[in-house]
Design a protein around this ligand. Structure first.
Ligand SMILES: [Zn+2]
Ligand SMILES: [Zn+2]
Length: 173
């Protein structure tokens, strides 16, 4: 699944402008690494980006992919999902959106909701510090995994089938 071509083009123009403004050299490798994140709907982690980019540029290293992804994060061109201690996943969709995450296969998909955009931030959060942005992560077992479930031995996660927990957390944008 890929992002629409005109949206990818828009993201790449934003990347070029941000790189120029920050005095960051626009190398072919950086551009291709950004293009991969910008055109994926999968919220790939560094390994997944590396695998895809390597097909077009066999000389690219995983280290370069990591450093470039964090550079793009510093330039606010991409954001990350989930706690940093886990495998970090990168997201080039900067519009206000929310995530559905499958707890078994890790599928992550964007969705939009004006109702969720307007969720009030509790005072308890405001007492902890300023709020830059927030988004909702809906977790569950995706349709594909739910079908496969019957063929697998019972893992604890199977109990959670159909359960959708909502978690609201802060994320820097
Ligand atoms: Zn799944
Ligand atoms: Zn997203």
């Amino acid at each position: 699944m890929r992002v629409a071509e005109n949206e990818v083009g828009r993201r790449i123009e934003r990347f070029k402008a941000a790189a120029q403004a920050a005095g960051v050299k626009l190398t072919h490798q950086r551009l291709e690494i950004f293009r991969e994140v910008a055109s994926s709907l999968a919220h790939p982690d560094a390994d997944a980006v590396f695998r895809e980019v390597k097909r077009r540029m066999p000389t690219v290293s995983l280290d370069t992919v990591y450093r470039t992804l964090w550079l793009l994060d510093d330039l606010d061109l991409i954001t990350t999902l989930g706690p940093r201690r886990d495998r970090v996943r990168f997201d080039a969709n900067l519009e206000h959106h929310h995530h559905y995450v499958c707890e078994r296969c890790g599928l992550a998909r964007d969705f939009t909701s004006t109702a969720l955009n307007a969720l009030p931030i509790p005072d308890a959060v405001k007492r902890l510090g300023s709020v830059v942005s927030s988004h909702v992560e809906v977790r569950g077992i995706c349709g594909v995994c739910a079908k496969e479930k019957t063929t697998r031995t019972s893992l604890p996660v199977a109990r959670r089938q159909g359960e959708h927990r909502r978690k609201k957390r802060q994320r820097r944008s």
